[in-house]
Design a protein around this ligand. Structure first.
Ligand code: FES
Length: 196
């Protein structure tokens, strides 16, 4: 009887010893592969989420060149008067009889900054003499085209909202009162060719 009890105790001890051995040995090869696979999936999802957030965030702050510039109605020049410069945004606000434009302030020849010359009613580049109309159309000089434009969105007090089309044509105001203009300096539109 005592011998049987002793044998049973030995079996229990052996089982416990085996259990300890298994715990010391750690996960099996299959379990280890599962862990690696799981960790890879988590890392992949993390990278994808970080990439999505990076692309979703605006790259430029509002009011920073490359981003959106809010312009109040008070800053818009009267129709057919001298364009107004917005140096921080590197553009001119121009209100012609055809409508409103935001003209990129950089000459399309070699990158100088044309000035508005009121007595001649046109932009004139100080570097090589290119000249442009108030809507940026090319007049003369070595510039390969008219001034480039930025896409703009006008919010009118009557609730209308209009955005520059793909050609960068002026947005007609048609007597509507402007509430706000938003100029997108990250959306440059190539200026009109000679003779356009
Ligand atoms: S940079 Fe303007 S004409 Fe040359």
């Amino acid at each position: 009887m005592a011998t049987a009890a002793k044998g049973k105790s030995a079996v229990v001890e052996k089982t416990a010893a085996e259990q300890v051995a298994v715990e010391i040995a750690g996960p099996s090869r299959r379990e280890f592969l599962y862990y690696i696979w799981g960790a890879s999936i988590v890392m992949l999802l993390g990278e994808a989420t970080a990439g999505f957030i990076w692309y979703a965030l605006p790259r430029f702050k509002e009011g920073e060149f490359g981003g959106i510039f809010p312009v109040s109605a008070a800053e818009i020049p009267e129709v057919d008067t001298a364009p107004v410069s917005v140096p921080a945004g590197r553009f001119w606000l121009s209100n012609t009889s055809e409508g409103f434009l935001a003209l990129y302030a950089v000459c399309t020849h070699l990158g100088c900054l044309p000035k508005w010359v009121g007595v001649n009613d046109r932009f004139e580049c100080p570097c090589h003499g290119s000249k442009f109309e108030d809507d940026g159309h090319y007049i003369e000089g070595p510039a390969p085209r008219g001034l480039d434009r930025f896409s703009a969105t006008i919010i009118f007090t009557n609730g209308d909202v209009e955005t520059t089309n793909g050609n960068g044509d002026p947005i007609p105001l048609n007597g509507r009162e402007i509430a706000e203009v938003r100029v997108d300096t990250g959306a440059k539109i190539t200026g009109p060719p000679h003779g356009a």
